[in-house]
Ligand binder design. Structure first.
Ligand SMILES: Nc1ncnc2c1ncn2[C@@H]1O[C@H](COP(=O)(O)OP(=O)(O)O)[C@@H](O)[C@H]1O
Ligand SMILES: [Mg+2]
Length: 261
């Protein structure tokens, strides 16, 4: 694989936060991984292991303390404006603007990219339709259920025709039935668009269902295990992968116990 096929590169990345009192807290340690164009990667790890910190580095919202993050060969923090037009982001909480209708929320990225109103509203309306919300164009977020709000935020991410799609636990705040339905739709959309996708989750089932590749992280965020996922994996292999993932995650508990004085 040539370097140009690599959409995302993390190379020995560290991220420390300053704690009150001046001590440093290490959230990401020596993290290296690459993602090829068009790949669908699930990042799996326990709560607090540093997944969202990695996500924020990837989304150009924060800078690494050491090491390099590259997206399409560029620095997402420094080239944030360039980057914004290429990337669709879905967060755990929908982060919709309460003063904008569903339609206006979906059109937000297009507006930032300076698309004329009529054009962006036509695109937003198509995405509303696609996510089963055509009757809700003029509704404000407070009038929508949690599942509907998350649909709007998914539509907003896809509406910009992103090269890269980043999702940080987008379904973990939803009930199971709603979450399952949205997960399946999300997977269809990712497949249709062919966007390079990174999906963060703390659920092994969700990682196995969504990721063609699964990266298992341990605290502080570093890569400890890589597995194959997705529908192509036969069920016997899946059981073995699941057991190995569980072991990779469980070793952490052992390690934590061992470090207690
Ligand atoms: N801005 C910050 N300042 C200080 N500590 C932070 C900050 N952001 C995250 N952390 C700490 O980094 C660790 C990893 O957090 P996070 O990346 O949110 O984990 P995850 O998404 O895997 O649950 C946590 O212990 C958290 O408290
Ligand atoms: Mg998180």
């Amino acid at each position: 694989m040539s370097a140009t096929d690599l959409e995302i590169v993390f190379d020995r990345v560290n991220k420390s936060f300053e704690r009150p009192g001046g001590s440093a807290f290490e959230a990401v340690r020596d993290l290296s991984f690459t993602v090829a164009r068009g790949d669908l990667v699930a990042v799996l790890g326990k709560t607090g292991c540093g997944k969202s910190t990695m996500f924020n580095l990837l989304a150009g919202l924060i800078q690494p303390s050491a090491g390099t993050v590259r997206v399409q060969g560029r620095n997402p923090y420094r080239d944030f404006d360039w980057f914004r037009s290429k990337v669709g982001i879905v967060f755990q909480n929908d982060r919709l603007m309460p003063w904008r209708s569903a339609l206006e929320n979906i059109a937000l990225g297009l507006e930032i990219n300076k698309m004329p109103r009529a054009e962006r509203e036509a695109i937003a309306a198509r995405w509303l339709d696609r996510l089963g919300l055509s009757g809700h164009a003029q509704d404000y977020p407070h009038a929508l259920s949690g599942g509907m709000r998350q649909r709007v935020s998914i539509a907003r991410a896809f509406a910009v025709k992103p090269d890269i799609l980043l999702a940080d636990e987008p379904f973990s705040a939803l009930d199971e039935v709603t979450g399952n339905a949205l997960r399946a739709e999300f997977l269809d959309l990712v497949r249709d668009t062919g966007a390079t996708s990174i999906f963060i989750t703390h659920s092994i089932d969700e990682a196995l269902q969504l990721g063609r590749r699964i990266l298992v992280f341990r605290r502080p965020a570093r890569l400890v295990y890589t597995a194959a996922g997705g529908n192509d994996v036969a069920s016997a292999a899946r059981a073995k992968i699941r057991a190995e993932i569980l072991r990779a995650l469980a070793d952490e508990a052992l390690e934590e116990r061992e470090t207690i004085p």
